[in-house]
Structures are given as structure tokens and as C-alpha cells.
Design a protein around this ligand. Structure first.
Ligand SMILES: Cc1cc2nc3c(=O)[nH]c(=O)nc-3n(C[C@H](O)[C@H](O)[C@H](O)COP(=O)(O)O)c2cc1C
Length: 193
């Protein structure tokens, strides 16, 4: 195939730009609310991820307003006895109020290992959809992990039983600045023809 047959390669699309400009960043105004309608739209867009066997394994918890503080306090109340270092425990009560909204993304647990792996992959794809959609609406975003020792209080706060596992905690909010892009090494690619 020649370049002449692929003129689209010369035309950057909106998707290119969103993929390249999405950045893990907490340069976010914690007090500037994200409308519930927009959060709902982002979650609906997340669910357009590919999903083998159409199991629709995702589940979401949206935390805004005072609930961000109640969430942090709930984690802080067990963190100390779980061995979390004191300086990290001290930050927990306000940690999740660093953005206007926090979305927890869960995967339904499947007892069959291959299905469980595929379902988690599908939910990770859904998280990326959410991040890219947020970027396209001008929202700052940040994919974070909750340490395993805080899994139980996170479930308790969200009302999620052992039939789901947490995949991601996503901070969302209107940006106050932009983080520099990290260096990305070129992909290792093997071309076979
Ligand atoms: C599964 C997963 C978990 C992550 N957890 C964290 C985290 O706990 N804390 C953090 O600072 N970044 C976390 N990140 C974000 C990465 O640090 C970030 O994507 C990476 O530095 C590249 O930067 P970029 O996303 O701006 O391109 C996570 C990313 C993924 C995919």
C-alpha cells in the first residue's frame, strides 16, 4: 500500500489529539462542580468499550460534594490499624476532595479465570474511554489505585460486595493547569509480512 492510498495519514483527527493530550493530572479545581449530566454521559461513553461475550461487567460509584470527605474519613478510620504510614493516614480525610468528582470503577467477578481476565480487560478499556471522553470535554482526569489494605473500607463505603473488584479510582475536574507529557519510548513492534 502506498502513501497515496492512505491520505488520511496526513490528516490528524480529533481522536489523535484527544489521545495525545489526555494527561494524568491533578491540576484541578476541587470546588468547580462537574455537572451530573456530564458525569452520566462520560459513564455511558465508558460502556462502549469492547467486551467479549457481552457480559457488561462494569459498575460505577460516583463520589462528589461532602461524600468525598466522608470517603476519605472512612478510609482513614481503618488505615492506621492496617499499617498505613501515619503521614499517609493524615492525608486521607482530604485526599479525595482534591477533585470535584471521584469515580470508582468496578468489575463483576467471574469464577471462570479466562472470563475474569477478559472482563477486567474490558473494564480497563472502559476506564480509558472515560478518560478520553473527559479529555474531549476539557476535564482534567487522573487514574489512581487504592492500596489493597484499603479495599474493605472502600467497598463498605460504596456498598459494593465481594461480587465486584475495584479496577480504578478516577479523579475528574476542571483543570487549573496542564501537566507536561512524560517521555514515551517508541513501541517495540515486530513487523511480519
Ligand atoms: C492501572 C493504573 C493505575 C494507576 N495508578 C496510579 C496511581 O495510583 N498514582 C498515580 O500517580 N498514577 C497512577 N496511574 C497513572 C500513571 O502514573 C500515568 O498514566 C503515567 O504516569 C503516564 O502518564 P500519562 O497518563 O499522563 O500519560 C495509574 C495508571 C494505570 C493505568
Amino acid at each position: 500500500m502506498t502513501d497515496a492510498e492512505l491520505p488520511i495519514l496526513d490528516v490528524p483527527t480529533a481522536v489523535d489529539e484527544v489521545i495525545r493530550t489526555r494527561r494524568t493530572s491533578l491540576l484541578i479545581d476541587p470546588d468547580d462542580e462537574v455537572p451530573a449530566e456530564l458525569l452520566s454521559l462520560l459513564i455511558e461513553l465508558a460502556t462502549w468499550a469492547p467486551n467479549h461475550k457481552r457480559t457488561w461487567p462494569w459498575r460505577f460509584t460516583v463520589i462528589t460534594g461532602d461524600a468525598r470527605y466522608r470517603f476519605g474519613e472512612a478510609l482513614a478510620s481503618v488505615a492506621e490499624r492496617e499499617g498505613v504510614p501515619p503521614e499517609k493516614v493524615a492525608k486521607l480525610p482530604t485526599k479525595y476532595a482534591r477533585s470535584a468528582a471521584v469515580v470508582l470503577v468496578w468489575v463483576a467477578v467471574d469464577p471462570q479465570p479466562v472470563r475474569a481476565r477478559e472482563d477486567r480487560d474490558a473494564v480497563a478499556a472502559a476506564v480509558q474511554n472515560l478518560l478520553l471522553a473527559a479529555t474531549s470535554f476539557g476535564l482534567g482526569n487522573y487514574w489512581a489505585t487504592i492500596p489493597d489494605v484499603l479495599d474493605e473500607p472502600t467497598r463498605h463505603f460504596a456498598g459494593v460486595d465481594g461480587d465486584h473488584d475495584l479496577v480504578a479510582l478516577v479523579y475528574l475536574g476542571w483543570p487549573t493547569g496542564s501537566a507536561p507529557p512524560p517521555h514515551r519510548p517508541p513501541a517495540e513492534v515486530t513487523w511480519l509480512s
